[in-house]
Design a protein around this ligand. Structure first.
Ligand SMILES: Cc1cc2nc3c(=O)[nH]c(=O)nc-3n(C[C@H](O)[C@H](O)[C@H](O)COP(=O)(O)OP(=O)(O)OC[C@H]3O[C@@H](n4cnc5c(N)ncnc54)[C@H](O)[C@@H]3O)c2cc1C
Ligand code: SF4
Length: 489
């Protein structure tokens, strides 16, 4: 374990952010890593609990305690405390293909379930994870793991988000010939085009792609499986043809159908889905051609973001960096409690008030608000007409109010994967929520040689769950192809 009395002697210390006034002037990451000594001190706080809830219970539902990829947290904490960073990296990579993604953007359910969180001082697990993997890259410890034998089996992975990348990497390491098909120009899915650079710079994805190519994965960009050719160099492929060319298809296309707000005035210009706005800025940062759509910019505008989750926060941070005049975020749910009741919630993920780094940059937040209509001038949105609601979302008479808005960003989540094209053409069954039906034992869809993982199977979720599902899906595919598997969970 870490230091036996570490948790008694050492205060929890987190990474800091650079000041707001400075960080909103650019799109780079702004988290300041701890020094090596401070990171080792933080690892020394780990108590190596008899039941380490941090490490996860192997449960499969969102909200289950601990780490969804079952990172061996007490073990790597001890290795970091001892200064054995290289072994810590080996340990971390044994359960997580991409700890540099989760070390940056995971909400860290591990910390919520840490025993020291009972009095609000969990081990800084995410900070330690990120320090291990960043150090591993700096020291050249992350190398391609090339399969010693090839199986001759061919697998097509549709979609290059974290689920597809994890699935492809595991399958290549098992010796299969893996091809990833991605409709966009680069790999990463929402990590590349949704999550802004200030949360995760995209070179972090690029270097993993280089590693995976060295491991034998072939990436086919600008290839829309089941789609129609759209110009801009995008090629369409019929998934039935792929079933002839490949032994197995893995569907990891994410949950891309956004939730709409069909109220009066929705047709006005200036009202956009978050995922029309965010990818444009990510492409600007990486000098990727913007595509045909007109620029959507928050510059000098009153911006209203509807939706209180990660996507909403990313719209806020991006709007501030584009010099918005003001940013207001509306959430239909009532404000959660400032402090959870640990006796009722620990070690589960608690519902409580959280303030993201983007919200802390100056967003005004309104809770229990329903938007009833948009109005505008000359076809351009100018105002939102809102009302406060009770806990059953029923409008409270007399609480109506208006908000100025020249840009409205809809960030209310995603309902399910896109059904047209890929899924309808293949005819795979859907579950009652409209996601691809495949169970958590074998990730197999209603077609035996078609598997599915990540948001396309579970609905909108988290990067860490996508990685877990990609790994387990790869294991199941390997078992299906070879009759046995040595791939780890
Ligand atoms: C704005 C935003 C911010 C987020 N922030 C966080 C966060 O901070 N932390 C966190 O843990 N989670 C966050 N999430 C959620 C997280 O990004 C997703 O849960 C995760 O990326 C899902 O991974 P995936 O691989 O299943 O799908 P995706 O990342 O959606 O990747 C799917 C890929 O498949 C491709 N594709 C789809 N259909 C086809 C087709 N027919 N042919 C070819 N390619 C296809 C898509 O282009 C895409 O590249 C955020 C989500 C959004 C939208
Ligand atoms: S729950 Fe916290 S203190 Fe216990 S083993 Fe995990 S990280 Fe260490």
């Amino acid at each position: 374990m870490g230091k036996v009395t570490g948790f008694l002697e050492i205060e929890r210390r987190e990474r800091k952010y650079t000041p707001v006034a400075e960080r909103v002037t650019h799109f780079n990451e702004f988290v300041v890593p701890l020094s090596e000594k401070d990171t080792r001190d933080q690892a020394a706080r780990c108590m190596n609990c008899g039941i380490p809830y941090c490490h996860g219970t192997g449960a499969v539902t969102p909200g289950a305690p601990g780490c969804p990829v079952n990172n061996q947290i007490p073990d790597f904490n001890d290795l970091v405390y001892q200064g054995n960073w290289e072994e810590a990296s080996r340990n971390l990579h044994s359960t997580n293909n991409f700890p540099e993604f989760t070390g940056r953007i995971c909400p860290a359910p591990c910390e919520a379930s840490c025993t020291l969180n009972i009095d609000d001082n969990p081990v800084t697990i995410k900070t330690i994870e990120c320090a291990i993997v960043d150090r591993a890259w700096e020291n050249g410890w992350v190398r391609p793991e090339i399969a010693p034998h090839k199986t001759g089996k061919r697998v097509a992975v549709v979609g290059s988000g974290p689920a597809g990348l994890a699935c492809a990497q595991q399958l290549a390491r098992a010796g299969h010939d893996v091809h990833v098909f991605e409709k966009y120009a680069k790999a990463g899915g929402l990590l590349r085009y949704g999550i802004p650079d200030f949360k995760m710079e995209k070179t972090i994805i690029d270097r993993r792609v280089v590693q995976m190519e060295a491991e034998g994965v072939t990436f086919h960009y600008g290839t829309h499986v089941g789609g129609s050719a759209q110009g801009n160099g995008v090629t369409a492929i019929d998934p039935h043809e792929m079933l002839n060319d490949f032994d197995v298809l893995a569907l990891t296309g994410g949950a891309e159908a956004p939730r709409d707000l069909p109220i009066p005035g929705r047709e006005l210009s200036g009202i956009h889905y978050a995922m029309d706005f965010l990818p444009q800025q990510n492409k600007r940062v990486s000098s990727e051609p913007p595509g045909d759509a007109a620029d959507i910019l928050a510059t000098a505008k009153h911006v209203v973001v509807i939706g209180g989750g990660d996507t909403g926060s990313d719209c806020i941070g991006t709007s501030f960096r584009q010099s918005a005049k003001s940013v207001t975020q509306l959430e239909i749910m009532a404000a959660p409690p400032e402090q959870e009741n640990k006796g009722l919630t620990w070690p589960n993920w608690p519902l409580k008030m959280r303030t993201s780094s983007s919200q802390a940059e100056g967003a005004k937040r309104e809770f229990a608000v329903l938007t009833q209509k948009f109005t505008g001038d000359n076809g351009q949105v100018k105002k939102l007409h809102c009302v406060k609601v009770d806990d059953k979302f029923k409008p409270l008479p007399g609480t109506e109010f208006d908000l100025d808005a020249e840009l409205v960003l809809l960030a209310m989540g995603f309902v399910h994967p896109v059904h047209e094209g890929l899924l309808k053409t293949l005819g795979v069954e859907l579950d009652q929520r409209g996601n691809v039906r495949a169970n958590l034992t074998d990730y197999q869809t209603s077609r035996p040689n078609v598997f599915s993982a990540g948001d396309m199977r579970r609905g909108q979720s988290l990067v860490v769950w996508a990685i877990r599902e990609g790994r387990l899906c790869a294991r199941s595919i390997d078992q299906f192809l070879m009759g046995t598997t040595n791939l780890p969970r």
